[in-house]
Ligand binder design. Structure first.
Ligand code: C2O
Ligand code: CU
Length: 435
């Protein structure tokens, strides 16, 4: 019997039961006849592959590699991705993490589509509306499929070519069977950068916990978080930037005029080494100070008034003993309810929505909202005074509370869940629904 409730992450496995009925479908966009500007086919396979150190991984690939290819688009382009499941047993999807896509292209198995079974395909279409750093990953049995390699980077730029004197580097951090990699390699990634050149490094944290980025040998500016530019950020040095699980941080480094290389640490001693003649630059320890995004950057108008909301939601995360899909355990709760009995958060299009998120569960949770970006207004009652800090992924520490606001501008049913993906399997999932 159908309960009227969308299916949910803890039962994602169940979505593969429907795979037999999945045909090759095209998700809806405003103009179904428009020709794609960026068109790519991604073929997913179960595959044993080797990391750069020779370490074998029993995982999944997209077009033969993990991470899959970096997808590049410029703002306003129509991106079309045909996903083919050659040999992934549980079925697959692709979710465009941080991109406010139309609901039908959101890639959540059991909510916006059925999982794509072996031998099947599905085509995603969406317009790249915002320049920034994003990523894509499977949203079917995601705690397992993301870890084993069904993921990749998506970069949207304002113009097709970077302006002269600038360079652009992606640094996707991922753990394969405990091996920490950057762009699929263990150890450093090198990128050419000339003296005086400005380099944008786009860090993508695909791990289940927060990590950090820091720079040895040069000052830097944090210029974007979760695909959204900060307003007039000042240069810093000897400062670490923490990056939420699922989140992204883009920094800009100006290369020293004397030609010396710069090490951008990505989560540890390894990182992106920027240089031209030499790449010989020692690791430096993580600085003791971290950038506080509550105060970093320069205030700028939000475009709406968060103090006159149409809706207010409380989102209290706790945990208690109970049963989930028949399994006993100590499971997460939202407002005291255990999955799937968490009432939906209901909005109407155009609403200004205030959310107060309180973490009483004793553990940190990197919360991720699909289809929307929210602005951080305060943490533990302390108001944000920096540049607008927009997020799609936000680490809410144990005992912390955040006030957030967003405009409901993207109709559909959207997941809001913990991006420590095993936690989502343990029920830390809610949904936002448009009435
Ligand atoms: Cu990056 Cu619902 O996920
Ligand atoms: Cu969590």
């Amino acid at each position: 019997e159908h309960s009227g409730r969308p299916e949910h992450m803890p039962s994602e496995h169940g979505a593969s039961e429907h795979a037999a009925s999945a045909r090759s479908l095209t998700s809806l966009t405003a103009d179904p006849d428009r020709e794609a500007d960026v068109s790519i086919t991604l073929v997913a396979r179960r595959q044993r592959f080797r990391l750069s150190t020779g370490r074998p991984v029993d995982g999944y690939t997209l077009n033969g590699t993990s991470p899959g290819p970096v997808i590049h688009a410029t703002v306003g382009q129509l991106v079309q991705v045909r996903l083919v499941n050659e040999s992934v047993p549980d079925g697959i999807t692709l979710h465009w993490h941080g991109v406010d896509v139309p609901n039908a292209a959101d890639g959540v198995a059991g909510v916006t589509q059925d999982a794509v079974g072996e031998g099947r395909s599905f085509t995603y279409r969406f317009v790249a509306g915002q320049a920034g750093t994003f990523w894509y990953h499977s949203h079917q049995v995601s705690h397992e499929q993301v870890r084993r390699g069904l993921l990749g980077a998506l970069v949207v730029t304002p113009a097709a070519r970077p302006p002269a004197g600038t360079a652009d580097v992606v640094a996707l951090l991922h753990l394969y069977d405990g091996a920490r990699t950057i762009n699929g390699r263990e150890g450093d990634v090198r990128a050419e950068a000339l003296p005086g050149e400005r380099v944008r490094v786009r860090m993508i944290n695909t791990e289940n916990g927060q990590t950090s980025l820091w720079v040895g040998g040069a000052p830097f500016r944090l210029i974007a978080v979760d695909g959204t530019d900060l307003h007039e950020p000042a240069p810093v040095r000897d400062t670490a930037v923490t990056v939420t699980a699922g989140g992204r941080a883009d920094i800009e480094v100006t290369m020293p005029e004397d030609g010396s290389p710069v090490r951008v640490h990505i989560g540890g001693p390894a990182g992106v080494v920027l240089g031209s003649r030499s790449y010989d630059v020692p690791a430096v320890p993580r600085p003791a100070t971290s950038l506080d995004l509550l105060t970093y950057g320069t205030p700028a108008p939000l475009g709406f008034d968060p103090d006159r909301p149409d809706r207010r939601f409380d989102y209290v995360i706790g945990r208690r003993p109970g049963f989930l899909d028949g399994r006993p355990g100590i499971w997460w709760t939202i407002n005291g309810h255990m999955f799937p009995d968490v009432p939906m958060f209901v909005v109407a299009e155009g609403d200004v929505v205030r959310v107060r998120i309180v973490n009483d569960s004793g553990e940190p949770h990197p919360m991720h909202l699909h289809g929307h970006h929210a602005v951080v207004l305060s943490r533990d009652g302390v108001r944000a005074t920096g540049g607008p800090w927009w997020v799609d992924s936000l680490e809410v520490g144990a005992g912390e509370s955040y006030d957030l606001a967003f405009v409901a501008g993207n109709p559909g049913i959207w997941m809001d869940h913990c991006h420590n993906l095993p936690h989502a399997t343990e029920g830390l999932v809610a949904h936002l629904m448009y009435e």
